[in-house]
Design a protein around this ligand. Structure first.
Ligand SMILES: [Zn+2]
Length: 109
C-alpha cells in the first residue's frame, strides 16, 4: 500500500515532494509523457486518518494508565503531534495516479 505513485502511461516515477504537490490538484500533467493523470487520494487519506487516530489515542491511553502524573499530559501531546507528523509524511504514499477514464467516483470530495 505504501508506494509512491507512478505515471499510468509511461511509468515515470515521482518523488514524495512532487506527489504532495500533485495531491492538491485533481489532475496533473505527466512531467515526461505530458498526458493527463488523475490523482486519487481520498480513500487512502481516510484510512491513514483512522489509523492515526487509533494509534495516537491508543498510545495516549496506554501512557495515561501507566504513569498517572502531570508529565503524562505532555507525553500524550508529544505522541499525538508525532503521529500526526508521521501521517503527514506518509500521505504521498497513499496517492494513486490513474488514467482519468479509469477513475471511479469514490473520490469526489
Ligand atoms: Zn507519463
Amino acid at each position: 500500500m505504501f508506494k509512491l505513485p507512478k505515471c499510468p502511461y509511461c511509468g515515470e516515477e515521482y518523488s514524495a515532494k512532487e506527489v504532495k504537490k500533485a495531491a492538491n490538484q485533481k489532475l496533473l500533467k505527466c512531467k515526461k509523457c505530458e498526458k493527463r493523470i488523475k490523482v486519487k487520494s481520498a480513500a487512502g487519506r481516510i484510512i491513514l486518518a483512522i489509523v492515526a487516530f487509533a494509534v495516537a489515542f491508543g498510545l495516549d491511553f496506554l501512557f495515561f494508565f501507566l504513569f498517572q502524573n502531570e508529565t503524562v499530559y505532555m507525553l500524550c501531546g508529544v505522541i499525538t503531534v508525532a503521529v500526526i507528523y508521521l501521517i503527514y509524511l506518509l500521505l504521498p504514499y497513499v496517492c494513486k495516479f490513474v488514467k482519468p477514464d479509469e477513475a471511479t467516483d469514490d473520490d469526489q470530495n
